[in-house]
Design a binder for this molecule. Structure first.
Ligand code: S3P
Length: 175
């Protein structure tokens, strides 16, 4: 059953899910979880190590299983998911059956600004790529993934998505 106190943020890598999630959690006095961090804790390895040692397929199944466990927590929380999480194993429907999902629809040029070199190094999908290749990959990902992200119950678009804006859109779900 959907518990509106559970908020799940989805969107492209670099769209600001973790940053916004932390701000939101502080405002709502709810715990904040980052799905990638939970996966790293469970596996005892970084996301980059999991990708390189076990492959993306293994990572995706682990991601689905940790997502499922987290959604079952009987408490309010804010969860930031990895950019690919909604797009595998019917995860978006899983999220929607437990929580209020929020799509951060951030323009690609803003995402590129956010994904500076350090940020790219911790994201295995972009490692070893030149800037032009990263831009192309991001564009393709955006086209492929948008249909999954669009299933979110709330969509917030633009460069300046504030916690206040998100809270205003979320309040009606509490009724
Ligand atoms: C991924 C995004 C990453 C992380 C993994 C795969 C993706 O999370 O889950 O590297 O497929 O887009 P961020 O969205 O936080 O970068």
């Amino acid at each position: 059953m959907t518990d509106p106190r559970k908020i799940v943020l989805v969107g492209m890598p670099g769209s600001g899910k973790s940053t916004l999630g932390k701000e939101l959690a502080a405002k709502l006095n709810s715990p904040f979880y980052d799905l990638d961090d939970l996966i790293e804790e469970k596996e005892g390895k970084s996301i980059a190590e999991i990708f390189s040692e076990k492959g993306e397929g293994y990572f995706r199944n682990l991601e689905t299983s940790v997502l499922g466990e987290t959604l079952l927590l009987e408490q309010a929380f804010i969860l930031a998911t990895g950019g690919g999480a909604p797009c595998y194993n019917d995860n978006m429907n899983l999220v929607n059956s437990h929580a209020v999902s929020v799509y951060l629809d951030v323009p690609l040029n803003h995402i590129l600004d956010r994904l500076n070199q350090t940020q790219i190094e911790v994201r295995p999908l972009f490692s070893g790529l030149e800037t032009a290749e990263i831009i192309l990959k991001l564009k393709n990902m955006y086209v492929e993934r948008n249909r999954y992200y669009e299933k979110a119950k709330i969509k917030l678009s633009g460069e300046d998505i504030s916690p206040e804006l998100l809270i205003a859109e979320w309040m009606p779900f509490l009724k």
